[in-house]
Design a protein around this ligand. Structure first.
Ligand code: SAH
Length: 262
């Protein structure tokens, strides 16, 4: 662990406390969870020098645009876990949460650090990113259950283990909405949700037309906010899966890209 990097991250994290309290009111964590989060970012920034894991290289940007941005999903996850279990202090161990195109682990890893009971799946098509994740998650002692899955989204969507199975699927910076919906929605079980994390979304939403309906889902809600300090626009597009996806989806990647659903 690179001590200089850890100290810079720690200073940026302390400086972000007021913004964190504003973005996530009433939110608390243990010192173990804080250490895991900062250790993970330090490993990521350190290995980024050779592995090309993320465009973000500055500690303060990593705190805001990776850590806090990932944590903004927590209220939505808590709401779904409670709705699924029907009790106020949910046992989330059987609640399946999948981060599609996770890259260097965002938003999946920070979420799991604060909600260690979630059954986490980190999916990426690039093996070197998953190798980094496997090593780093062991090193920070992330609680089981978690699993790094080396696969393309559209292949997983045709596979029995994942098709129509997940409680909560999310993706950040993976693809434009018409393509993203065909990657993600086949994985969600009827009653579950897919949350697309977007900056600007209006044009993509218009292009997506009836894509969600064709895949067995519906747009339930859009939540928009501004991430402080960097004044970054953020929106969650929340899709509810209503029924199992028709057998013909997802199509091959070539078809998905050549002729996106609309
Ligand atoms: N979610 C991360 C990384 C975004 S970059 C973040 O927001 O920081 C997009 C990632 O998706 C890359 O790591 C790339 O390897 C992966 N990816 C691209 N197409 C994919 C596909 N069809 N299936 C699975 N992963 C894919």
């Amino acid at each position: 662990m690179n001590k200089e990097l850890f100290d810079a991250l720690n200073a940026a994290y302390r400086g972000a406390q007021a913004d964190l309290a504003q973005v996530l009111p009433g939110f608390s964590m243990t010192s173990l969870q804080e250490d895991q989060a900062l250790d993970f970012l330090a490993l990521m920034l350190e290995q980024n020098q050779t592995l090309n894991l993320s465009a973000i290289r500055d500690p303060e940007e990593a705190i805001y645009l990776h850590l806090i941005d990932s944590w903004t999903l927590l209220p939505l996850i808590d709401r779904e876990v409670q709705a699924t279990s029907g009790v106020p202090t949910p046992e989330a161990r059987s609640f399946t949460f999948l981060d599609l195109g996770t890259g260097a682990g965002f938003p999946g890893v920070p979420v799991k650090i604060l909600r260690p009971d979630l059954d986490l799946y980190l999916v990426d098509a690039l093996a070197k990113r998953l190798k980094f994740l496997d090593r780093s998650l062991e090193e920070i002692g992330l609680s089981q259950p978690w699993q790094c899955v080396h696969a393309r989204a559209e292949d997983l969507g045709r596979q029995g283990d994942f098709r129509d199975r997940l409680d909560f699927v999310t993706a950040r910076a993976l693809a434009n909405l018409p393509i993203l919906l065909e990657y993600a929605l086949p994985l969600v079980k009827p009653g579950g949700v897919f949350v697309a994390m977007k900056a600007k979304y209006q044009d993509e939403l218009a292009q997506a037309g009836q894509a969600a309906q064709k895949l067995g889902a519906d747009l339930e809600d859009i939540r928009t906010f501004t991430l402080p300090r960097f004044q970054a626009d953020r929106s969650f597009l929340i899709y509810r899966k209503l029924q199992a996806t028709a057998r013909k989806y997802p199509r091959s990647n070539a078809q998905i890209k050549k002729n996106p659903l609309s």
